[in-house]
Design a protein around this ligand. Structure first.
Ligand code: FES
Ligand code: FES
Length: 211
């Protein structure tokens, strides 16, 4: 196997065979120093630890409608819709259960379609119409799904309920799930740690029947 001259490597030149007479120690030292140089680029030392250098956030304006009200926000492009709703618009009905798309507690409707708002960047909502649990009722009149959840006692602690209701509203609108198995499958992205599943199912079927 041939040895290579690392100086040539860091000059972005093709690797050249290392000159005869270069010792193994010299070679390893060059490799080590080069490695430190490369690794130092994205890190700074703080308190004895290497921490990544964070780039300044990229801010972007987003204009969208939330529960029928036009909103205009300037946001870090990394902010999720869930955080924008809860922390910028004080709409705390949508819950942060896992923040990883696994529990459904953050479900809202975008242009009528249900989505996990913890997985959706707020800046992707430009021009969209977002509906949260706070926007389902009409004045003092609850949405039929809200009424059915109360009637069928479809919650216990209530933490998952805003997401369950938004998901149920989306599901009914989709119109493809009618049997118990289909409804359970279509609602499987919404986890209820209290196990209110049977009552949630009854509530959804009740609304479908009325419709
Ligand atoms: Fe979004 Fe759990 S908080 S899916
Ligand atoms: Fe408690 Fe669903 S009602 S988590």
């Amino acid at each position: 196997m041939e040895n290579f001259n690392t100086n040539d490597y860091y000059d972005d030149k093709p690797l050249q065979p290392m000159a005869a007479g270069t010792s193994r120690r010299q070679f390893l030292t060059q490799i080590g120093l080069g490695g430190i140089g490369l690794a130092a680029v994205p890190y700074i030392s703080r308190g004895g630890e290497n921490v990544p250098v964070l780039e300044a956030p990229e801010m972007q304006q987003v204009r969208f409608t939330v529960n029928g009200k036009p909103q205009q926000l300037i946001l870090d492009t990394r902010v999720t819709l869930l955080d924008a709703l809860r922390e910028r618009l004080d709409l705390t009905g949508s819950k942060k259960g896992c923040d990883h798309g696994q529990c459904g507690a953050c479900t809202v409707l975008i242009d009528g379609r249900r989505i996990n708002s913890c997985l959706h960047l707020a800046v992707m909502c430009e021009g969209a119409s977002v509906t949260t649990i706070e926007g389902l009722a009409t004045g003092d009149e609850l949405h039929p799904v809200q009424v059915a959840f109360i009637k069928h006692d479809a919650f216990q602690c209530g933490y998952c309920t805003p997401g369950q209701i938004c998901s149920a509203v989306g599901l009914i609108k989709e119109g493809h799930a009618h049997s118990d198995v289909e409804i359970r499958e279509a609602m499987s992205g919404n986890i209820c740690r209290c196990g209110a599943y049977q009552h949630i199912l009854e509530a959804i079927k009740d609304v479908q029947k009325q419709a």
